[in-house]
Ligand binder design. Structure first.
Ligand code: BTN
Length: 261
């Protein structure tokens, strides 16, 4: 349950992270990704570090142009601006998925659960999606959007989605969204600033259920069947095809068709 009124989140963010960053807190907006992208376009030098958070998004979006809409107050939805080139997009997806998983575990561990990463941008608990990540790069900056289902109930979902989706509340965790925001920002930035890619990759490997398993993916209109053997922080998912050939698949141009969750 939220214990801090939304009107006080900005001050709390400034108190936690210092006054030299831009924090925008909205009761309702279209998409926090658009707010971050607009700032990146209008003030590219000052945008990195800016955070936009919304109690409710009316036009939230996910990967591949899919909608990402949640009932007001049921999710934590925010976007964070980074200084990163398009070549670093893959590492940004990696660091964000590890950071969000680490943050979720602060609330999941006490209820006997853990967050798993489904490459590239989904977080799962018990085989159901709990959070999604959207990374959009432009020149030397990126908008990283994170949506985490917090109090979302099964009844708020259309029946076909109920078996595929969960929330921290459905897992038995009572979560204050401001606390979750502070923890998630801290963990994502910590992962991104991690100089040792091997440590980042190890954290990813410990959480990715796809590792070592057979998957079916679509890349540039081609179907790829094979086994996931790892991740490269720049080139993407490493898959050994059934022919023996090893391919690297970037997150931006690859869709997972079948994989363990
Ligand atoms: C996905 O699951 O495909 C990614 C979902 C990303 C949703 C977040 S919510 C905050 C930010 N604003 C958006 O419009 N999308 C991202």
């Amino acid at each position: 349950m939220d214990s801090t009124p939304l009107e006080q989140w900005r001050d709390a963010l400034e108190e936690h992270f210092g006054p030299n960053r831009y924090f925008g807190v909205y009761r309702e907006t279209g998409s926090t990704q658009d707010l971050a992208r607009d700032l990146i376009a209008s003030a590219p030098a000052t945008a990195p570090g800016a955070v936009f958070v919304a109690h409710h998004q009316t036009a939230g979006r996910g990967r591949l142009g899919r909608p990402w809409i949640t009932p007001p107050g049921s999710a934590l939805t925010f976007s964070l601006a980074f200084r990163a080139t398009p070549a670093e997009a893959e590492r940004l997806v990696l660091a964000t998925s590890v950071g969000v998983a680490e943050a979720l575990d602060r609330w999941l561990e006490p209820v006997g659960r853990a967050a798993a990463i489904k490459w590239p941008n989904d977080l799962y608990v018990d085989g159901r999606k709990i959070a999604g990540i959207l990374v959009e790069t432009r020149d030397h900056a990126a908008a990283v959007g994170v949506g985490i289902n917090v109090g979302l109930t099964a009844e708020q979902l259309p029946p076909p989605l109920r078996a595929q989706t969960t929330s921290l509340g459905q897992c038995g965790a009572d979560v204050d969204r401001l606390e979750l925001l502070l923890e998630t920002l801290t963990q994502v930035e910590h992962a991104w600033n991690q100089r040792h890619d091997d440590r980042l990759l190890q954290a990813w490997e410990e959480r990715c259920r796809m590792l070592g398993h057979d998957v079916r993916l679509s890349h540039d209109g081609r179907i790829i069947d094979g086994q996931v053997i790892g991740l490269h922080p720049r080139d993407g998912l490493r898959v050994r095809r059934h022919t023996g050939e090893v391919v690297h698949l970037p997150a931006a141009t690859t869709t997972v068709i079948e994989s363990p969750r």
